[in-house]
Design a protein around this ligand. Structure first.
Ligand code: BG6
Ligand code: MG
Length: 214
């Protein structure tokens, strides 16, 4: 097996938890439009881009929406979501995650973010990790969202490493699909731990420190 030199972390559900804010913002929109939406459907939005998330929600709509209407809905949702993100602070970064990141850095790994979110930089700032990572690849520099590997390939390029020398850390099934498609080894937490293509299933973030190759 190849040597790991860089670690690419998904953001939402791995470094911090924004699921509930996504849920609240989508729920407000779905209620206003009279579309059924629940936490189970919200689970399907993990790792998926904003517009693709909206398409999943609109599966339950009683009418078709034009592209222009969809863009307006996505903008409305994002405005609510960004307002909710204002509540986040460095307290939303757990000691476990911060200490693990610091230890991995001390061990000499390059650390990068690979997230579908266009709000990545804002979230990193809110939780006190602005400028912490060697590279940030996110929803603003990609054309295809997970399960396409583009976001991770761009992150690997930014840290000047080949995919086979990077470990991707993910909580979403779409994220493990993306890592596998791009030729990355992966560590999966939560739902992603049971994905058939995950290399290292982990229960908690600090389990990364026990992976034999790290
Ligand atoms: C991912 C989340 O990180 O970002 C998804 O897991 C979300 O649920 C996606 O839809 C896009 O986020 P944003 O912030 O660009 O709307
Ligand atoms: Mg995630």
């Amino acid at each position: 097996m190849d040597t790991i030199r860089a670690i690419i972390f998904d953001l939402d559900g791995v470094i911090c938890f924004t699921d509930n804010y996504h849920y609240q913002a989508w729920k407000e929109l779905a209620d206003a439009e009279g579309i059924y939406f629940d936490e189970k459907i919200n689970g399907r939005l993990r790792g998926v881009s904003r517009m693709e998330s909206l398409d999943i929600i609109l599966e339950r709509a009683s009418r078709c929406y034009t592209q222009e209407e969809k863009e307006q809905l996505a903008t409305r949702k994002n405005e609510s979501y960004v307002r909710l993100l204002e509540k986040m602070s460095p307290r939303d970064l757990s000691d476990e995650v911060k200490n693990t990141l610091d230890t991995l850095r001390q061990r000499g790994y390059k650390l990068a973010i690979g997230s579908s979110s266009k709000n990545t930089k804002k979230i990193l700032k809110q939780i006190g990790l602005d400028g912490y990572f060697d590279a940030v690849s996110d929803g603003t520099n990609i054309t295809k969202s997970k399960p396409d590997p583009e976001v991770f390939i761009k992150a690997a390029e930014m840290v000047e490493e080949k995919p086979e020398n990077c470990l991707v850390v993910e909580d979403a099934l779409a994220g493990i699909d993306a890592a596998y498609a791009g030729g990355f080894i992966s560590a999966g937490i939560g739902d992603a731990a049971s994905h058939k293509y995950v290399t290292y299933p982990i229960h908690t973030f600090s389990d990364l420190l026990s992976i034999d190759k790290l």
